[in-house]
Design a protein around this ligand. Structure first.
Ligand code: PLP
Length: 397
């Protein structure tokens, strides 16, 4: 059978490729320190687990509204409004099966073949594929490594053309951990309003912040009515990655269109996951906060460990559970991140994700979602291998 040109052009997800190599090496008996993970090592918050058992017992098993249950939509609107001053109502919220499908559907709703979508870089690995699946052209807007990869409105403005239809920013950012400052968020909203562009803000790491707070563009919604869509999920905040529950906050036209798409594509997100998320918002936030405090320790451990490595530079991430260090083998040439990641996995038993997957060479993503022990031992193994590589860069396999 001949696949569609769209499907045939899809590359496998680079982060999933690292996980499958980790599984392969472990099956051969190798001890691998996995710092490539993209999900919390914590269990799902206890309130969510209790609620799902109750939901099964009362047979919460039937179709619901495809945009999600009214109670959960209201709870998410209230949570975001209090945190961000976004003044949302339940009708502005569309619940879906994770942030990933909602982002996909947004692009399906607003991008026609040949349209351009600008995206701050480094970027989450699925954005280019999702833009391509909508027939659009993905246009990266690089942030400056010397500025800690902070996404700024000027980077996006520099790549806009008359064909641009939408702008995507992910803050707090996977892979860099950088947060877009409030004045930049406001400038970006003004820019998108002036150029009549949909602004998509991926806020899945909103709650995972250490010092600075992420400011949602919906705080400035009056500057661009009906032109902002913010996507979040229970995946990271409540450690519910496998439950598949996300939301899109999009007052006006975007929420209406998304709802219509969902009617025909997915129908409602799992009723059980919705019951779990409702309980997590009501009773699970203290546990989620405690997880963030643990991540803060792990971040400090990872940054100290990376700083002890020869040839490695790192900006402490302000949010997420990722750091995005730069690697220099002292050859005067930029490092090929994919080659280095494979080398470190095979020679040092440490799994990291190559920066090329996120649109930025010379860097690797380290996840501190792993345990403290894995982070400490991983950084030691990395330091030892970097010493060897800097002495003899020809070792790079
Ligand atoms: N957006 C970003 C930036 C992510 O890192 C991820 C997951 O890793 C997602 C979206 C997808 O989230 P979900 O698991 O809720 O679909």
């Amino acid at each position: 059978m001949r696949p569609s040109a769209r499907a045939a052009a899809l590359e496998p997800s680079p982060s999933l490729a690292v996980s499958s190599e980790v599984r392969r090496l472990r099956a051969l008996g190798r001890d691998i320190l996995d710092l490539g993970l993209g999900e919390p090592s914590f269990p799902a918050v206890a309130a969510a687990k209790r609620a799902v058992v109750d939901a099964v017992a009362r047979d919460d098993s039937h179709y619901g509204p495809s945009v999600g249950n009214a109670e959960l939509r209201a709870a998410i609107a209230a949570f975001h409004s209090e945190r961000h001053g976004s003044r949302l109502a339940a009708d502005d919220v569309v619940i879906g099966g994770g942030a990933k499908p909602l982002l996909y559907q947004l692009l399906q709703a607003f991008v026609d073949p040949g349209d351009e979508v600008a995206c701050s870089a480094p970027y989450w690995v699925s954005f280019p594929a999702q833009v391509a699946l909508a027939g659009g052209r993905f246009v990266p807007a690089p942030a400056d490594p010397a500025d800690g990869f902070i996404p700024r409105a000027a980077h996006l403005e520099a790549v806009l053309t008359p064909r641009t239809r939408a702008v995507i920013v992910n803050s707090p950012n996977n892979p860099s951990g950088a947060i877009m400052p409030p004045e930049e968020v406001e400038a970006l909203v003004r820019l998108c309003a002036r150029r009549e562009l949909l602004l998509v803000m991926d806020e899945v790491y909103d709650f995972l912040v250490f010092e600075d707070r992420h400011v949602s563009p919906l705080r400035f919604r009056d500057l661009h009515p009906g032109g902002i869509a913010c996507v979040g999920a229970a995946s990271k905040i409540f450690a519910m990655t496998g439950w598949r529950l996300g939301w899109c906050l999009a007052p006006g036209e975007p929420a209406r269109l998304l709802g219509r798409l969902q009617d025909h594509v997915t129908s409602n997100a799992s009723t059980l996951a919705q019951a779990a998320a409702l309980a997590a918002f009501a009773e699970g936030l203290d546990e989620a906060r405690a997880n963030v405090e643990e991540w803060r320790h792990r971040r400090d451990l990872a940054v100290a460990g990376l700083r002890a490595c020869e040839g490695v530079t790192v900006v402490p991430p302000a949010g997420t559970f990722f750091a995005f260090p730069g690697f220099d083998l002292g050859t005067g040439r930029p490092v090929d991140s994919a080659r280095l990641a494979v080398h470190l996995l095979r020679e040092a038993g440490v799994a990291l994700v190559p920066g090329a997957a996120f649109g930025h060479e010379g860097h690797l993503r380290l996840s501190f979602a792993a345990s403290r022990d894995t982070i400490a031992r991983g950084c030691e193994a990395l330091a030892a291998e970097m010493r060897r590589l800097r002495r003899d860069p020809e070792r790079l396999s």
